[in-house]
Write a new protein. Sequence first.
Length: 666
Amino acid sequence: MRAVKNNTRDAREPRLAAFPAEGTRRTSEPRLAASHNALEETIDLYGIRNWGGEYFDVNRTGDVVVAFEATRGTPVSLKSVIDELRQRGISTPVVLRFPQIIDYQIKKLADAFKAAIQEFGYRREYVPVYPIKVNQKKEVVQEVLNFGDRYNLCIEVGSKAELTVALALTRASESPIICNGVKDEAYLKLALMGKQIGKKVFVVLESLFELRLLLELSKRLKIRPLIGLRLKLSARGSGKWEKSSGDLSKFGFTTTDLLKCLGLLDEERLIDCLHLLHFHIGSQVTDIKRVKYAVKEAARTYAKLRKLCPNLDYLDVGGGLGIDYDGSRTASESSVNYSVQEYANDIIYSIKEVCENEDVREPLVITENGRMVAAPHAVLIFNVINELSLSNGPIRVTNIESKPQVIQEMYDLYARINGKNYREYYHDVVEQRDEMFSLFNLGYLSLEDRGLGQELFWGVCERAIKYAKLAKHMPEEFEDLEHRLSRKFICNFSVFQSIPDSWAIDQLFPIMPIHRLDEAPNRTGYLADLTCDSDGKVDNFIDLRDVKESLELHPLNGEPYYLGVFFTGAYQDVMGDYHNLFGHVHDALVVVDGKGNCHITKIVPGHKVEGVLKVFGYEREELLAEFRSRVSEGVAREGLKTDWGNHVMREYEAALGSYTYLTLDK
Ligand SMILES: *Cc1c(COP(=O)(O)O)cnc(C)c1O
């Protein structure tokens, strides 16, 4: 593995002209120089130039900007987009989508394979495939298809529902549709019908059971299928999805079954229907070595089969190309230790080498990279509503002599704790606190005493942490304590709806404020969402060398304070759920031109309350009618005016029509 810290910065490409040189002015204006330094420090702190490099940066006024080729050095501030949306009545949380970023990712992928094909003198073509499960949103799929057209990009599906979209939306008849996943008769029938109307619909089989079903159907419908077979490789992926590969994986044929499969096809005289071999070793493969091993194993199998199956012509190496979420360029879970070009080179070179060795014609190469294509285009933005902390600055007590003994002792610890005694005093205060709770439960202390005792306890803890941090090695107990004492930032979003992978599999996303970066963020804490669920929080954050438990943020100042969660374009949109009935968030499509202007080309409003209720079977009209009865009963029982009843009804109706999130940022 590389020495992370040193490589990351140097290896980056030169920055866009977001920071015009202004050396002379800076030296003559010391105040500006100071804030410039603060800005640089903040930029380093969030590591945006490590992970955001190609698309995101920070401008001189401390806003996160979207900055890539299309913005021609006139980057667009995300905060300005949010302000514009607010004027149009769209408040946070909102997902900003940059379709141009999808385009650039596709281009980068296709260009990398083109370069690899040229470099190694590979004689066949590369076919990029978008696995639609990564993000099925219409806006995303349409962008992928429109832009991907020039590279003959096609779609991979894993279910009947996904196939219906692919069949309708892909126009070019020669571009393949790849059908993966477990299949029933209806799914297979749809695929065969697609083939019959002239589309290249490949049915990638996972088992002998599916093969038998397909053979039976194709005989009945008199349609010769385009068959692909999924291999179960012994090579494994790396990272969180390692288990999707190797001998124990859920999918694919073992060699034994593969041979049975060929036997069956031969019997039915359908061996010429076999066109494609497929494997997939998992998403976000962090280590390039694993890709190489898997490709070599599959290429070898391809070459051997090719000698038996004259029409076998495609090798589909699945997905796995990862995103460097933390910017560390390592094989850690949130990163990848290779570039897109290296990925392409290794695939093309490995296949070529095996085919030369086996003396067979090289296959057309397919990759199914959805995460890489879709992740960077979306940024979730939400506002921070409130900050909560267990300790609130210096504690002043009047008349301490009049307080119970235990409180006096706690106050004494608080007042006299220092760099020499902090560990001992911390242990003492833990004892005193337990004593205090016992006394309270026995009825010897007032609520006021208990309140003061708690405040003093956290006060001692806070001071102890301060001294522990000054020590050479921070004792472990204080690290835990620091985490417990950390500030909680209540944020206007739902983890379960908008970044489900953060909750489900502890995936890390880069998170940072999108403005005020010219101010030093002097608070630290973790993020809590709106749901009534103690898991509804984010307390793991990216760091170059480690994972941080808290994030540096700014104190609230009365103005809306916005955070961005970056790279949420893959998987998050469809896997989110409705915990506490928080619904889909607003979506805004943003296109930037070369003059630094942004155009909000489409707004897809998020769920209203009534929209989410409908998902769970509550009809608006029914609710209104029921509630109207409750109101009339109440008005009669409580002796209210009828006018008031009407007013209540209007409020209820307004609530049904409102955004499911808080709309505090006026
Ligand atoms: C999920 C999946 C993909 C997508 O992989 P990513 O690396 O996440 O883009 C590709 N192929 C198959 C078969 C999949 O199941």
